[in-house]
Design a protein around this ligand. Structure first.
Ligand code: 5GP
Length: 308
């Protein structure tokens, strides 16, 4: 009793500040859990943040809280997991030992992979270096897999022979393109090969997605990055040539660019090839039908291709 009365009481201001800080920390933890539940943030990224900063918000989160915030993990599954992982229910993410952390990481990675495998990804971006055959593969998909909506971009470049306005591109003037940007009509846009502007119209994509259709965007690397930022659920596929020499051969062989333009595009291609690790999947375009099939498989379209 005597001990209790002699313990110093913190001044009122300190107590108020401490309780405010505690409320803020609780809110921050709740926001993390809500993001994990909604698949807006991966549990793995929470664990990584906790490892980087054990005293930070993520580090203060209990392992039990993280597991329970994951969809499809209830109390029983959470307890079983802790037992298998050898982690006590009182542990916070920032206080895990090296081996516990590794085991938890493997467990979370496995669950997330299983989830991504099951999820129907509706928006797929196909990018890759110039002349790799993105256009040919996407045309093949448009013709053989009618369930997929192939987004038609707007561009300020002139049509090539055989290209049809509204099918290959919407060919627009610079003023028209400016207007589309100003009115927020484009999901993303970029100046490609330092020459013309290309952009993805937002409306048709949003409509198709809202009707449960799969959408394929065939755009450049900058565009792929912008889409990932705007729609993190998008799946990014990088189309590769079988070899560099084959890429050069295809670019020169198609004869649609003069030699200065070819050199410019090959320089861009080198930079683009170096970015392939940013992508979720890589598909080698040795054969158009096979590459198209692979892309469509990654979209998880279950329908069989239309017969030619
Ligand atoms: P091309 O002039 O050969 O048709 O296309 C040149 C490049 O522009 C290709 O790499 C193509 O993927 C890219 N591209 C086409 N449409 C879009 C678009 O809407 N946005 C972006 N960022 N790039 C695009």
């Amino acid at each position: 009793m005597a001990e209790a009365t002699s313990r110093p009481t913190p001044p009122e201001v300190d107590r108020v500040a401490a309780s405010r800080a505690a409320i803020a920390a609780r809110r921050a933890r709740a926001a993390i859990k809500a993001a994990v539940t909604a698949w807006e943030r991966s549990a793995l990224s929470v664990l990584d943040a906790a490892t980087a900063e054990p005293a930070g918000v993520e580090g203060r989160l209990r392992v039990t809280e993280l597991l329970l915030s994951m969809p499809a993990i209830g109390t029983t599954k959470m307890r079983d997991a802790l037992e298998i992982l050898g982690i006590s229910p009182a542990k916070r993410l920032g206080g895990l030992g090296k081996h516990q952390r590794r085991r938890l990481r493997d467990y979370l990675a496995e669950r997330e992979a299983a989830h991504h495998g099951r999820r129907k990804t509706r928006l797929v971006v196909l990018a890759g270096p110039t002349a790799v055959g993105k256009g040919t593969v996407s045309t093949y998909i448009r013709e053989h897999y009618p369930d997929v909506l192939l987004s038609v971009s707007a561009t300020t470049r002139a049509p090539r022979p055989g290209e049809v306005d509204g099918v290959n591109y919407y060919f627009v003037s610079d003023e028209e393109f400016d207007r589309m940007i100003a009115e927020g009509q484009l999901l993303e846009w970029a100046t490609v090969h330092n020459a013309h502007r290309y952009g993805t119209p937002r409306r048709p994509i949003e409509e198709a997605l809202s009707h449960g259709r799969s959408v394929l965007l065939e755009i450049d690397l900058q565009g792929a990055r912008s889409v990932r930022e705007a729609m993190p659920e998008a799946r990014l596929i990088f189309l590769l040539p079988p070899t560099w020499d084959e890429l050069v051969r295809r670019l020169i062989g198609r004869g649609t660019e003069d030699s200065a333009e070819q050199q410019r595009r090959l320089a861009t291609a080198k930079v683009e090839l170096a970015a392939q690790d940013e992508f979720d999947y890589r598909v080698i375009n040795s054969n158009v039908a096979d590459a198209a099939r692979e892309v469509v498989d990654l979209m998880q379209i279950r329908t069989a291709p239309k017969r030619p």
